[in-house]
Design a protein. Structure first.
Length: 368
């Protein structure tokens, strides 16, 4: 959308504010009644739809006075206004199919605006859903469990088994809980990022990836699209895979925790610039000063570590193990595509081009 105004006027602010209320209101209604989003909403306690209702009411009350006070220049190119103008265009009369197709095709700014709205809405809802329905209700229990297991490990070590065996026992008992806490912290950072787009946080979205391959390779990793992905890409779904060998179990547990800890560190380094399909600015600190995609390579390590146990499940046929092995490689390919499409998008930014000259490797230093 082209905008000729050089000054943020009251009418421009009102237009953006009312457009945003309408667009966000439609999104709120959709997530409130769409079965895929309501599936995990419980009858009791705080749920993520309540969170977004409060978020929407807060925006309705506080956004307008803030806009009048700060007069942000970004309002001159309001993406919510662009979305409504695109919708409005669809009601114009056309005389030929060619004209109708021309009206249907969004310009680049309209396309960027719609994909950005999808990214914020879909992933924002996804993150808040997990926080409200999975992580917060079990947080107190997880912390208490970790404390109890630590006390037992100390007792076990003091009983004559030794400090090393006490540590082994603690890792064996608590690795799943540590993974849950790491997942929670990672999701919280993502949630803050998706629900904010502010100069204050230095996380204004510069551009979004609007390519079909970039969008599809990303969203198929997230519910509800994983329903289709899991139907096509077979994976072990019987819960935690038992590994009889203690040494192997400990090694796989440590690899899984460390891999996800590196993912958490990489997401924390991005901070409020985190997010799928978006460019909010380039970050060069650790671990991004070693490889360009530490998150994805650690995802691959985690996939491999959690797939290895299938070879030790006695009641799984050889054919079943082969199918699940292909599933593992399919997931690795998906994350590879995500990295490649993400980089293709970011390479449009001159700052990222300079970054690729400084950090040569995508995944493994001096190798790949």
């Amino acid at each position: 959308m082209e905008e000729n105004q050089k000054e943020v006027t009251k009418s421009t602010i009102l237009k953006h504010y009312l457009s945003s209320l309408l667009v966000y209101g439609v999104v709120l209604l959709f997530i409130s009644f769409c079965p895929a989003f309501r599936e995990n909403v419980g009858d009791n306690g705080f749920n993520y739809i309540t969170f977004f209702v409060i978020y929407y009411i807060g925006y309705a009350f506080f956004a307008l006075p803030i806009f009048f006070k700060t007069k942000p220049v970004s309002i001159l190119n309001s993406k919510n206004v662009a979305i409504l103008e695109y919708v409005k265009k669809q009601f114009t009369k056309t005389s030929t199919p060619e004209e109708r197709l021309k009206v249907l095709e969004p310009n680049e700014f309209e396309k960027q605006s719609m994909v950005e709205l999808f990214v914020k809405s879909f992933f924002g809802v996804y993150c808040i859903n997990l926080i409200c329905t999975k992580y917060l209700p079990t947080f107190d229990y997880n912390i208490s469990f970790l404390k109890e297991m630590f006390s037992q490990a100390i007792t076990y070590a003091a009983s004559g088994q030794g400090l090393f065996m006490g540590l082994i026992q603690y890792i064996d008992d608590t690795s799943d809980m540590w993974l849950t806490l790491i997942f929670m912290l990672t999701i919280i950072i993502f949630a803050i990022s998706y629900l904010s787009d502010l100069n204050l946080f230095r996380n204004k979205i510069k551009s979004v990836d609007t390519t079909p391959l970039g969008i599809i390779s990303c969203i198929i990793c997230f519910y509800p699209f994983t329903i289709l992905t899991n139907a096509l890409v077979k994976s072990y779904t019987e819960g935690s895979i038992p590994v009889e060998n203690l040494a192997l179990r400990i090694v796989l547990d440590v690899i899984s925790v460390v891999a996800n800890l590196v993912i958490l560190i990489s997401v924390a380094r991005l901070g409020t610039k985190s997010g799928n399909l978006t460019n909010r600015g380039i970050v060069k600190g650790f671990p991004y000063n070693i490889v360009r995609h530490p998150n994805y390579i650690m995802q691959v390590v985690y996939i491999i570590a959690t797939t290895i146990p299938i070879y030790f499940v006695s009641d799984l046929s050889v054919l079943g193990k082969i199918v699940l092995t292909f599933g593992m490689f399919a997931w690795i390919l998906i994350f590879y595509l995500r990295a490649i499409t993400e980089e293709r998008h970011l390479l449009k930014d001159s700052e990222y081009q300079k970054y690729t000259e400084e950090v040569k490797y995508r995944f493994i230093p001096n190798l790949f």
